[in-house]
Every structure is written in structure tokens, then in C-alpha cells.
Design a protein around this ligand. Sequence first.
Ligand code: FES
Ligand code: FES
Length: 84
Amino acid sequence: MKGFTMAEPKVAQKSPFVMKCEKKKYAWCACGLSATQPFCDGSHKGSEFSPIIVDMNDEKNIAWCGCKQSGNKPFCDGSHSSLE
Ligand code: FES
Ligand code: FES
């Protein structure tokens, strides 16, 4: 699309947020602006970003993407290692 530019998310941190998650819904911050990383706190308002909702069906350890550049959002796929 001509003239279309995709806003870049802010790199919240150059490594994943690894944590044990419960059986519930999580809203992963896609914009990188949230103060409560890796989850959305509403800071994306007014931008073109919105959180990705994940309905966790089991308790498990999750590596949430902190750099916001993953090819498998909201999960870390190792893309952070190629960031400068
Ligand atoms: Fe980043 Fe909501 S604060 S997506
Ligand atoms: Fe983003 Fe690993 S933290 S890909």
C-alpha cells in the first residue's frame, strides 16, 4: 500500500519476560509502552497498536516477547538476539 508506514513498537527490553502463567486471559503489550510489561496497561491508546489477548488453557511457563519484534507474537522466537 503506497504511503503506508507501519509504526514501530518500542523495544521494552531485549530479552523475553519468562514467567509462570495461570489458567486465565492475558493481554500482551504489543506497543512496548506499557509500564507493566509484558502486559498491556492501556498506554497504547491513540496509537495503531492494540494488545494481543491470550487465553491460557493451562498453567505453564511462558517466554513473552519483550522486544516486540518477534515473528511469533506474543511469544519470544529469538528475534531479540538480532537487535542492536
Ligand atoms: Fe502496549 Fe496496550 S500498552 S498494547
Ligand atoms: Fe522478542 Fe525474544 S524478546 S523475540
